[in-house]
Design a binder for this molecule. Structure first.
Ligand SMILES: [Zn+2]
Length: 337
């Protein structure tokens, strides 16, 4: 968070005794309702009265900087396909909230027991390098997942928090401790230190980017300011951190919840992803798809993924790579190394 933003927050707090909570990139404030006496009201629940400085400081905490889309991808390809799997398993089936219930936990175990092997088999058969983002606990509960993923030598294992904690609800030291111990645990199990970070639930606290930079990650993949890779800017300063952006359209979880209100037939979802890919191909950019083994790894859904891969392979100039390979490539093309 910028010092000007912090000082503004402190000013509001001290002048009006308001409780201020900065959640994620946007500022969410709970007003105390004390009467304003200044010319320009800075009441927390009156955003229409906020000063220019305050709004800009809130927005500028983390911003998209320069476009890092390369002229071409490895091998002269016009489009990059980055498939990622967030291997959440039990962590999102009760562990992250502490709401322990045996039925949902069994759905989490389906992830490591059935779905991940099915997904890895498909990726290996298709020769598609992929990135697997792990909350450390998901790997600690079923470390054999690492062996399976690493067997081919073409996939990447990256970090996705400790127990899928809600980082926006944590203070800075706790968030940092959890991410550091997650990286250590993943390295201990896989033998390789992860270089990529994806925030659990795709959000940043005001401290996340600073922590990710301090730990020395190569890239970040949780934000949504573009379809193309870009450089993250923190409080107006370019960071040298590559962002590989995600998007809810390009995520299996919301669309495949049979008990949710946005359920879609897997074959219809495949068509949405094909359209996203076709446009990326046309524009010469990047297609990054986030999936979860315990979601996409069911029989009726893996068929949709197979169909998508077959479609992508039918086009010329398509490069399939891990997030790490993509990040290294764009850094090199942009002269960042
Ligand atoms: Zn997740």
């Amino acid at each position: 968070m910028s010092s000007s933003f912090i000082s503004l927050v402190k000013r509001i707090s001290s002048q009006r005794l308001c409780l201020f909570l900065a959640l994620g990139a946007a500022a969410t404030m709970v007003a105390c309702g004390i009467q304003d006496t200044s010319d320009q009201s800075m009441e927390a629940d009156e955003p229409w009265n906020w000063s220019d400085e305050f709004v800009r400081s809130a927005v500028d905490q983390v911003r998209a900087g320069r476009d890092l889309n390369p002229d071409s991808w490895p091998g002269g390809a016009r489009v990059a396909v980055l498939l990622s799997y967030d291997v959440d398993n039990e962590t999102v089936q009760g562990l992250r909230t502490g709401n322990i219930s045996i039925g949902p936990l069994s759905q989490g175990q389906y992830g490591s027991r059935v779905a991940l092997p099915r997904v890895v088999k498909l990726m290996n058969e298709q020769g598609v390098p992929s990135t697997f983002f792990f909350p450390a606990w998901s790997l600690k509960l079923a470390p054999e997942q690492a062996d399976l993923i690493q067997e081919s030598g073409m996939h990447e294992i990256a970090a996705h928090g400790w127990i899928h904690e809600l980082n926006t609800a944590l203070d800075g030291p706790t968030e940092e401790r959890l991410l550091r111990q997650a990286v250590d645990a993943i390295e201990e199990i896989t033998g390789t230190r992860p270089v990529g970070y994806r925030a659990p639930s795709w959000n940043h606290s005001p401290n996340t980017l600073r922590i990710v930079r301090d730990i020395g990650f190569l890239y970040e993949s949780s934000l949504m300011a573009d379809d193309r890779p870009y450089e993250l800017v923190q409080n107006g300063e370019p960071t040298g951190m590559v962002e590989l952006p995600v998007e809810w359209i390009l995520d299996d979880a919301p669309l495949f919840n049979p008990r949710g209100n946005s359920y879609m037939n897997p074959r219809d979802v495949m068509q949405v992803w094909i359209d996203e890919f076709d446009k990326a191909w046309e524009e010469g950019t990047m297609f990054l798809l986030t999936m979860h083994p315990h979601v996409i790894g069911h029989r009726s859904r893996i068929i949709a993924l197979e169909g998508l891969i077959e479609h992508m392979k039918s086009r010329e100039g398509v490069w399939f790579g891990t997030h790490e390979e993509a990040a290294r490539w764009v850094r090199k093309q942009a002269g960042m190394d």
